[in-house]
Write a protein that binds this ligand. Sequence first.
Ligand code: AMP
Length: 557
Amino acid sequence: MTQETGGFAAFNLNPNILAAVIATGYEEPSAIQQQSIPIIMAGKDMIGQAQTGTGKTAAFALPILHCIDPAKREPQALILAPTRELALQVATAFETYAKQMPGVTVVAVYGGAPMGPQLKAIRNGAQIVVATPGRLCDHLRRDEKVLSTVNHLVLDEADEMLKLGFMDDLEVIFKALPPTRQTVLFSATLPQSIRAIAERHLRDPEHVKIQTKTQTVTAIEQAHLLVHADQKTSAVLSLLEVEDFDALIMFVRTKQATLDLASALEAKGYKAAALNGDIAQNQRERVIDSLKDGRLDIVVATDVAARGLDVPRITHVFNVDMPYDPESYVHRIGRTGRAGREGRALLLVTPRERRMLQVIERVTGQKVAEVRLPDAQAVLDARIKKLTNSLSPLVADAESTHGDLLDRLTADIGCTPRALAAALLRKATNGQALTLAAIEKERPLVPNNAPRGDRPERTGDRPDRGDRERRAPVPLAEGRARCRTALGARDGIAAKNLLGAILNEGGLAREAIGRIQVRDSFSLVELPEDGLEKLLAKLKDTRVAGKQLKLRRYRED
Ligand code: AMP
């Protein structure tokens, strides 16, 4: 067993599962995994208090996979999730960890897709069923025995399920399961309603909660940026343009991510390297030495690989992937601000990880200020400043060394010194965009993915937001009505969240939903005109990202 997987190896999981975990690139179990895996493997009931970002999915998926019998072609584990999106995510996680377990199949059961193939997959022997409660109840109405062989039940994000109004459905599902089953409940919060469920349906459960001791963080300026997971690399590249750093460490979760991000940075001309548990000790020392003496400026590391790394040059820590717990956050950002210097720590937060941010703020007792991505003007200013800084030391004596050459070239080419200087600049800047228009064109990020309308910290606000919001809507297809919600990108909403919620709660087919446009402070969704009022009534209490959807017909006049 390699050294860095010792943590996972110690669980004595089925070797095929361990092999898949290693292949996924995880180096060590997160705190919630460390505590939950042995309990769930032992078949006990459990209440886990953990939010997205703590590694909770693997905390139940790995031991559940360990407990099932691949030779039995019948449902053995049922995972309930509040939304279609989460159900798909959990199902994908199970598939990843079961990659090397021949015969294990996973089925995702959610509204909006035809029921026939889902039921067929269950009957064909899928051992793992990941479902949203509403759709699962529809299946139970067709076949009440469909869950009779399930002996492991996981309620994922139980508090969200209750918020979405799934209480009655949960009761129906509990009744359809064998009373001897194991029940595991994960929830970010434990309100009375959740405790009541635990009381009724769990047997002598163990409680697992990541202990959050208060931590102190000094001399480090902290900020966070809300970003969608697939835009992290572009966000990092944008931030680097305006951050004035000496050396920087970026934290990610997997070995693969260290490699991918380090090569994206190198491709942009940064002196960057990856540091992960696969890297041999002597190579690791070389990387650290290079960071110390300036041959490298950026190291992209996993927590394990960065252990003990102490480089006084580090001015910045970027938490590109969320740490699993506040202690680890404090530990990571402690890499900067060494030797009494000031440090700066930036945390990228995906919409689903906002709760984790709140936990960090609570535990550290500090607000982690929100920043927005730099706008084109800020990027331009930063680029020009760098250019100025690189040229100004040369002007003092360049004329004495190269002045005559300049005269000769202007004469030979027959141009003005200004034209020649401009040509030299173009060459020296290697095609880099140095006008507002050119920068706007090259920027891959939609500015309105930046959250909330509050003032950006370091850059001027873009005046075009209002225009963007007033932009004329595209024409509607026949038979569709446009509806509006006051939830938008600044609430951490993406189109897929709206789609998931409407499919789940509205019981519509995917094709029934037209375009979804997410703007900064609102979103538009095209829904079938036929039966619209009924549908809106059905969606009356629906919540997305913890907020009421309040979908209304939108009249464009
Ligand atoms: P979750 O909290 O379950 O939503 O997981 C958050 C992310 O962490 C997912 O992308 C997982 O793939 C990743 N993850 C979970 N456990 C580990 C681990 N032990 N090491 C590295 N990444 C992990």
